[in-house]
Write a protein that binds this ligand. Structure first.
Ligand SMILES: NC(=O)c1ccc[n+]([C@@H]2O[C@H](COP(=O)([O-])OP(=O)(O)OC[C@H]3O[C@@H](n4cnc5c(N)ncnc54)[C@H](OP(=O)(O)O)[C@@H]3O)[C@@H](O)[C@H]2O)c1
Length: 181
């Protein structure tokens, strides 16, 4: 199998990806620290993936922004419920209720090369099934006290190896890990 699976996500210093109600106001505030033209490697990463897999909660959050940010990139939304996909994105966005391993196998057999997994619950499910190869985690200098955590209860430990870590002068720290399998 040659499909690579990556996570690229921002967390608060205390490990949350959103407030309990899903809001990202703290991340918007943190992004004000970022100089214009700096994206901490996001676009290069995004250009390297062929499919973005996200959970329904993340999908609904992105839809609420009003403008779909993923252009013509293929996006698969995981949900066990009926999913509404607006007409303007229906050519690139699809719905699946497959398990992480079923989805991985299907995309691998279709010739997929690099998956981007997004959403806390969804990342956890792929991690639990030992399907994540790389995690790029950008920590922003905010403590928000509670929220939706990046990491949750695991059945077994996940071992990672730090590949690189970069401290930006505006206070973000980005660490790239590979998952030891
Ligand atoms: N800080 C960042 O960089 C960052 C990045 C991404 C997202 N976020 C934030 O994180 C929040 C979302 O994270 P999240 O942990 O709540 O959830 P999520 O992973 O985005 O979505 C979870 C959903 O996935 C679906 N799901 C779960 N198990 C499934 C299964 N077995 N089969 C099919 N679908 C399944 C469920 O949808 P159904 O209930 O419909 O079945 C579940 O509610 C949002 O607020 C988003 O803005 C932050």
């Amino acid at each position: 199998m040659s499909l690579k699976v990556s996570v690229f996500i921002a967390t608060s210093l205390d490990g949350f990806i959103a407030r309990e109600d899903g809001s990202l106001d703290w991340l918007d505030e943190a992004n004000k620290l970022v100089p214009q033209g700096e994206d901490a490697g996001y676009q290069a990463f995004f250009d390297s993936i062929d499919v973005l897999v996200m959970g329904r909660n993340s999908y609904e959050k992105v839809l609420s922004f009003g403008q779909w940010p993923y252009a013509d990139k293929r996006v698969i939304v995981l949900s066990r419920k009926v999913l509404k996909i607006p007409d303007n994105i229906s050519e690139t966005v699809s719905h699946s209720s497959e398990s992480p391993s079923e989805l991985y196998s299907r995309l691998d057999s279709e010739g997929g090369k690099h998956l981007y997994i997004d959403g806390g619950n969804t990342i956890q499910r792929f991690l639990s099934d030992c399907l994540v190869d790389q995690m790029i985690i950008t920590t922003v200098p905010f403590v928000i006290g509670s929220g939706i955590p990046l990491f949750r209860k695991t059945e077994k430990d996940v071992r990672l190896q730090l590949v690189s870590s970069k401290a930006y002068e505006f206070g973000f720290v980005q660490s790239c890990y590979v998952v030891v399998k």
